[in-house]
Design a protein around this ligand. Structure first.
Ligand code: AMP
Ligand code: AMP
Length: 361
């Protein structure tokens, strides 16, 4: 694991008056770049040729670095270039989707706005559950093997797959039948069978609150809330039930977009306490805890119980619904605050207070 002291050395060599904010060109990059520009930073985008159009149409990037594959971020020459540009990397969903935890922890010698040590707690479903349970959150039950399935479960693959390849089953028999179908459709592979995580299906609505954990202000802010638009599950209701049975539809959860949500106000205090507690626990597990954005993925049932089924300890793409402004960011900061900009504000505050080494590690 890259030690904080090594990053501190790199940061000490940076010209802190000319910091660039950089990220991979996907996921929430426009959100991050817009916020960085509004706070006066230079921006660096590591981007695939096919996506350059996005940064032409939305001119938010000062330095485009074209790569064939995002794993080129591990290339020492590319990292040298990023360091020369005094870059602080902002991790988002594509970092964990395209790079492994070990690669991010051991081979990314560029200061990153986030806690690399927490990745171990987050990447592994078991330790993630332990973290969230110890923080006092309510989690859906999990099942060790398909043979234990005695109620409706959702079967998931490890990692940020955006719901691709998930399926439902209510018995061991149904599990194996559905699994085979998923393999046939190319959504799963034979050897995934041992890797599938089985979680009780919580019936309710999905709510994804996004928080910002400020190390500089020592506070956790609720900044945004969204829900996902998932294919095919969100379109199944358009088909009458009789025809659903005829064509044997199997809901999948591939995320296509997001909607903003405002929550019933009486639920907000618990949502806020959950955010505080998750960060507090993270600080015990891996100091200084969560650095910057994080999101809890929840289901709220009809008796208003909040089940958390996952955490992302980085910016989630759902915060893109708040680019410009969102109700919760507005309540805290007034107009024109959103996750990408909040990140840039934190980096700016850290530079001013000579505390960059505390948040870019
Ligand atoms: P992409 O940049 O679209 O390839 O996404 C990188 C990773 O983030 C993938 O694992 C996606 O499934 C996930 N992702 C992208 N957009 C969203 C979104 N709007 N909501 C949830 N996950 C997403
Ligand atoms: P994930 O990739 O873990 O964020 O999950 C993708 C989607 O699967 C979510 O947006 C939900 O619609 C659904 N989902 C995941 N876990 C559960 C659960 N335990 N109960 C109900 N729905 C879930």
């Amino acid at each position: 694991m890259i030690e904080a002291a090594e990053m501190e050395k790199i940061l000490a060599a940076y010209d802190q008056k000319k910091i660039s904010i950089g990220t991979l060109g996907s996921h929430s990059s426009l959100n991050i770049f817009k916020g960085s520009k509004e706070e006066g930073f230079r921006t660096v985008c590591i981007c695939k040729e096919k996506d350059v159009i996005m940064y032409k149409k939305f001119p938010l990037v000062d330095e485009l670095i074209i790569v064939k594959d995002f794993t080129e971020l591990l290339n020492p020459q590319l990292q040298e270039k990023l360091r020369k540009l005094n870059t602080i990397l902002i991790p988002h969903g594509s970092f964990t989707a395209y790079l492994s935890t070990e690669e991010i922890q051991n081979n990314l010698m560029v200061p990153m706005f986030g806690n690399r040590k927490l990745l171990d707690w987050e990447a592994n479903r078991k330790s993630q559950e332990e973290w969230l349970r110890q923080a006092g959150l309510r989690l859906p039950m999990t099942f060790k093997t398909p043979e234990d399935i005695d109620r409706l479960v959702i079967a998931k693959l490890q990692g940020a797959k955006g719901g691709k390849g998930y399926f439902l089953a209510n018995s061991p028999k149904a599990f194996y039948k559905k699994f085979k179908e998923m393999v046939k459709r190319g959504l799963l592979q034979e050897d995934d069978v041992g890797k599938v995580h089985l979680q009780e299906y919580a019936l309710g609505v999905n709510v994804y609150p996004s928080y910002f954990s400020s190390i500089i202000k020592d506070d956790v802010e609720l900044l945004a809330m969204d829900r996902r638009y998932e294919s095919a599950v969100d379109s199944i209701g358009k088909i009458p039930a009789t025809q659903q049975i005829d064509i044997d539809v199997n809901p999948t959860y591939t995320v296509v977009g997001n909607f903003p949500i405002v929550l019933r106000e009486s639920i907000l205090p618990e949502i806020m306490r959950m955010g505080d507690n998750v960060h507090k626990k993270a600080r015990e597990l891996a100091p200084p805890g969560i650095i910057g954005p994080f999101c809890l993925e929840t289901v709220i049932t009809d008796d208003l119980k909040i089940f958390t089924f996952e955490i992302s300890a980085r910016i989630v793409a759902g915060t893109n619904v708040g680019i410009g402004t969102s109700p919760y960011a507005y309540l805290r900061y007034g107009e024109n605050m959103y996750m990408g900009r909040r990140i840039a504000v934190e980096i700016k505050d850290a530079i001013k207070q000579k505390r960059l080494h505390e948040i870019a590690i």
